[in-house]
Design a protein around this ligand. Structure first.
Ligand code: SF4
Length: 339
């Protein structure tokens, strides 16, 4: 039996129900896909509801200020996703009459929309017969095909994309792609695949060859980069804290932060800072491409070096501004230290 039919039949009986799978509104599908990238479903769900509650459609998102959009993203990380979502909403309103294109290649022209998201919207909202490759689906395919090509290589993705586009042909595109993702997430899991309950068992080459536990193969990642920072919690005589807004490019673009500067590893390890102040604690924040090691220092405004474009706000106003998770952690730890 065809792989496509096996998957769609299984999905009809066992697929997972998720709020954004009900209906075919491209806007909700797009928002959910962007939120769920690199986010656990349990965590992402709350963000999704809050986001679409405040910005129920393209027009409301396009009309919003970036600061407010970032506020609804606060704590979720990867803030370029929120900035791109906002920019693409404006792009759609300004140049596409507020309508999503229905073909994945046209969707690729939107800011921040890559091959995965374009195909997800094209399939889930418009039924276009294209395969959607996420990390779970790549794992299922490498086992199903008993293919030892590293799944993090572009040429492997291209090969798998071509194959999965063939499997979806003639099937209900939504059911097939959701089915493949669900099999990957719930049955063909990384360490304990449930082959005995898998709808693909009869056609699974990896199962036949006894190589399931060896797949998928991946190229080793390069050693992670580590960067060292000093963050300054600067308080004035009224107990207000100094904050500033980051430029829109680079990490945490457009978010608010406390003054900080990058430093050398040796000085960081000695807890020395050019800005002076009392050392409070260290934290680690993990980005996709590097680890950020943070020393936090506290100092009074009079003794602090001049940082550009700083404003002081009372601590009860912190909730109004959008901060990164790292800075929110600094606030939380600092207030605990003071108790
Ligand atoms: S039979 Fe096992 S290895 Fe093959 S796709 Fe199903 S769960 Fe994965």
């Amino acid at each position: 039996m065809q792989i496509g039919k096996l998957v769609t039949d299984w999905y009809a009986a066992h697929g997972r129900h998720m709020p954004w799978r009900e209906g075919q509104d491209p806007y909700r599908i797009w928002v959910s896909e962007v939120i769920m990238q690199q986010t656990r479903i349990e965590q992402g769900e709350g963000y999704f509801y809050r986001f679409v509650d405040r910005f129920p459609d393209l027009a409301s998102l396009a009309a919003a200020e970036q600061d407010e959009v970032l506020k609804y993203w606060e704590g979720l990380g990867y803030y370029s996703r929120a900035r791109n979502l906002h920019a693409a909403a404006r792009q759609l309103v300004e140049t596409h009459g507020g309508q999503f294109p229905s073909h994945h290649e046209a969707l690729l022209t939107l800011k921040g929309v890559g091959p995965y998201t374009a195909r997800a919207i094209a399939s889930f909202a418009f039924g276009q017969q294209v395969g959607v490759l996420d990390g779970n689906v790549l794992r299922v395919m490498s086992r199903l095909l008993n293919d030892f090509s590293p799944v993090n290589r572009p040429q492997t993705r291209r090969k798998f994309q071509h194959l999965i586009d063939g499997w979806v042909a003639g099937q209900d595109s939504r059911s097939f792609n959701y089915g493949m993702m669900d099999i990957g997430a719930t049955i063909c899991t990384p360490t304990q695949p449930g082959c005995l309950i898998c709808p693909l068992e009869a056609v699974c080459q990896g199962r036949k060859a006894g190589s399931v536990q060896l797949l998928p193969q991946k190229d080793q990642k390069l050693k992670r980069k580590v960067r060292y920072f000093n963050f300054y919690l600067i308080l004035n005589e009224k107990g207000e804290v100094a904050i500033r807004q980051r430029p829109t490019d680079g990490f945490w673009g457009g978010l608010w932060e406390i003054p900080n500067e990058e430093t050398k590893r040796k000085a960081w390890e000695k807890k020395e800072s050019e800005g002076g102040g009392r050392f409070l604690f260290e934290l680690k924040h993990v980005f996709t491409h590097f680890d950020m090691m943070i020393n936090t220092f506290m100092l009074s405004a009079g003794a602090a070096p001049a940082f550009e474009e700083v404003q002081f706000i009372s601590t009860d106003k912190i909730a109004i501004f959008a901060f990164s998770k790292a800075v929110l952690n600094i606030f939380e730890n600092a207030w605990q230290n003071m108790d």
